[in-house]
Unconditional design. Structure first.
Length: 262
């Protein structure tokens, strides 16, 4: 009876133990391919070329694809010719991530069981040894034939590379039909942006003109108000002075009347 696959928590603890740092978010941390390469190298030391692993792959998709290529070649070296779904793994798809971790985890358990069986044998089976040698030769021959990347790997590489690198030219005959529609969309977007830019410039000029007119009117109104206040103050001062003079004249007339009456 086959053993049940480890749970997500057990896989995370196992990955943290072998990588030397906590691995809590499997999809996000494993998307760059670095953790896969570290785990594979831990369970099958000497098979994977660690010098080719790009530890800054989270900054570049090209380095991410390079890590998955190294991992694919390592699987082929041990006779596993199944293609990796690079597109889903690079996006951090949960099911694809957990399946690959279970696959690497299974390599560690199968390696430990094979070691225990080898230590427990007391008599060697000649037929089993011959069959094992034939299997190794078959695997090595298949690995030599699989030097080039698989078709699925190349398709995933092209799809992922075309997303961030929209400036690169398309392959001849691949997107010839989509080129006119792309050009039309680009020209429409450029014309729309130009119209928006001209409208913004016109609005900005209108605001500047309105601001200058408001300032001019405010200055003109301030001058008129000052002039009115000045005239009012002048008239008020003349009126006060005239009132004072009339008061003095009235008091003088009263004095003359008193003198004449006497």
């Amino acid at each position: 009876m086959a053993a049940a696959p480890p749970s997500r928590k057990e896989v995370a603890e196992w990955a943290s133990q072998h990588c030397g740092h906590p691995v809590t978010q499997l999809e996000r941390q494993c998307a760059s391919g670095v953790i896969y390469c570290q785990l594979f190298d831990a369970v099958r030391p000497g098979v994977l070329d660690s010098s080719k692993v790009k530890f800054t792959a989270h900054l570049s998709q090209h380095e991410t694809l390079s890590n998955y290529k190294v991992l694919q070649e390592s699987f082929e070296k041990i006779g596993d010719l199944a293609s990796l779904d690079v597109e889903k793994l690079a996006r951090g798809q949960p099911q694809a991530t957990l399946e690959l971790l279970h696959k690497i985890y299974g390599l560690s358990t199968s390696e430990s069981e094979a070691g225990r069986t080898k230590r427990g044998l007391s008599v060697l089976d000649v037929n089993a040894v011959a069959q094992q040698g034939q299997t190794k030769r078959t695997r090595s021959a298949a690995a030599k034939q699989m030097k080039r990347p698989t078709r699925a790997f190349l398709e995933a590489h092209n799809r992922l590379s075309s997303v961030p690198n929209a400036e690169q030219s398309s392959e001849p005959g691949g997107d010839a039909e989509a080129t006119p529609s792309c050009d039309a969309d680009c020209s429409a977007q450029m014309s729309t942006s130009e119209r928006l830019h001209s409208a913004l410039e016109h609005t900005h000029a209108s605001l500047r003109q309105s601001q200058s007119e408001v300032l001019l009117r405010a200055g003109h109104n301030s001058f008129l108000l000052f002039f009115v206040y000045f005239v009012y103050a002048h008239v008020l001062g003349r009126a006060i002075a005239l009132a004072i003079r009339l008061r003095h004249v009235a008091s003088l007339l009263r004095s003359l009347r008193i003198i004449l009456c006497c």
